[in-house]
Design a protein around this ligand. Structure first.
Ligand SMILES: NC(=O)c1ccc[n+]([C@@H]2O[C@H](COP(=O)([O-])OP(=O)(O)OC[C@H]3O[C@@H](n4cnc5c(N)ncnc54)[C@H](O)[C@@H]3O)[C@@H](O)[C@H]2O)c1
Length: 336
């Protein structure tokens, strides 16, 4: 019998790719729920929905009534919906709090009155970034690190505040209500169709705009860039692997890249022949971030396969083709 799966936020970058993977590779009966707030309903999305007979529910799930549109039984729920991004947090922190808190609370309360097998909750490395910076915790950083909000009044931390609530909410409701849950913390997932509020599309747009000298914001900061196909595999493994109930997993590659390396590699792919100059980055942006992936390797048998430069090439080509076709950024973006 096929498994009944709900992807909440399934039009988003990761959710859509999880849907694509499940639709093509396995025996699942898929429902995608999303409000297309990112203006991300495109031809590729519509053809996936049509070709694989995916049930689509368009509604704002920060409103309690939207949950009446869902069935009351699913074997698996991927909880991907959120208002994401540093610039969103900086420009509308109250909306990040409202939307992400409502999504968590209403989903949990809907589960209380439904029959749900397992939920995978999409969380973030932002939850522990403050711990590493403030208290000097180990890098690469394992899952059991305490979570820290470095400055409770600063808008950029609203996102992590809501994701910490999400982790605690799913772990504790699961125990009390008897469904299974696994938390995954993504680390800079990237790839084609990732939206425009991310470092790589920002870099591409700025190269296309002819910036020279080209500023490298936070040149010596490091991140772990995980290509989308690897992130999808880790996500599905965290859902499908037995014995992972109540566990948290860091999904990443284990390879630490500086922003300078990323910028220069992107510039090379864009044929940039100008000068580079270093510039300061966002306040509150952590200097090093790298996950310890020992646990996900051991429990999930997860290893990222795509080299970051190969993934970057695919991504840069996708964005260049997008803009070469005369398409524009579908919504307002804020550059750092
Ligand atoms: N991409 C990353 O590197 C990364 C890193 C850490 C955590 N995450 C988490 O993973 C999840 C997926 O990330 P993503 O990059 O695909 O983000 P995304 O913004 O592309 O996808 C989120 C989706 O949720 C939908 N959504 C938002 N509010 C909604 C609402 N009220 N009702 C219905 N749908 C709503 C959006 O329309 C969007 O399609 C998010 O929860 C995010 O916080 C992502």
């Amino acid at each position: 019998m096929s498994k009944k799966v709900l992807i909440l936020g399934g039009a988003g970058f990761i959710g859509f790719n999880v849907a694509k993977y499940l639709a093509k590779n396995r025996d699942y009966q898929l429902t995608i729920a999303d409000n297309f707030m990112k203006k991300n309903r495109d031809a590729e999305f519509d053809s996936l929905v049509k070709d694989y007979n995916i049930h689509l529910i368009e509604a704002d799930f920060s409103q309690a009534e939207a949950y009446d549109l869902l069935d009351n039984a699913y074997d698996q729920v991927y909880m991907m919906a959120a208002l994401v991004g540093v610039d969103n947090a900086n420009s509308m922190p109250h909306e990040v709090i409202r939307i992400n808190t409502a999504l968590t609370l209403f989903t949990l309360e809907w589960i209380r009155r439904s029959k749900i097998g397992k939920v995978v909750f999409a969380s973030t490395s932002e939850n522990y970034a403050g711990t590493v910076d403030t208290f000097g915790y180990a890098i690469p950083t394992p899952e059991e690190v305490p979570l820290t909000i470095k400055d409770i009044a600063h808008p950029r931390f609203t996102y992590a505040v809501t994701k910490i609530l999400g982790e605690s909410g799913f772990l504790n409701y699961a125990k009390m209500l008897g469904f299974e849950t696994t938390i995954i913390r993504y680390h800079n997932v990237f790839g084609p169709r990732m939206g425009f509020n991310h470092v790589i599309p920002h870099l591409v747009i700025r190269f296309r705009n002819g910036e020279n000298p080209y500023k490298i914001y936070g040149h010596d900061q490091t991140r772990d860039f995980c290509y989308i196909t690897d992130a999808v595999e880790g996500t599905v493994l965290s859902m499908e692997t037995a014995g992972t109930n109540g566990q948290i997993y860091h999904l990443g590659t284990g390879v630490e890249i500086t922003i300078e390396e990323l910028t220069r590699a992107t510039g090379e792919m864009m044929g940039f022949a100008g000068e580079y100059t270093n510039a300061p980055t966002y306040p509150g942006s952590v200097s090093r971030r790298s996950p310890d992936i020992t646990k996900s390797k051991k429990d999930l048998n997860f290893t990222a396969k795509v080299n970051w430069k190969d993934g970057l090439k695919e991504t840069v080509e996708w964005y260049n083709a997008y803009f070469d076709a005369g398409k524009t950024v579908p919504h307002q973006i804020v550059f750092q």
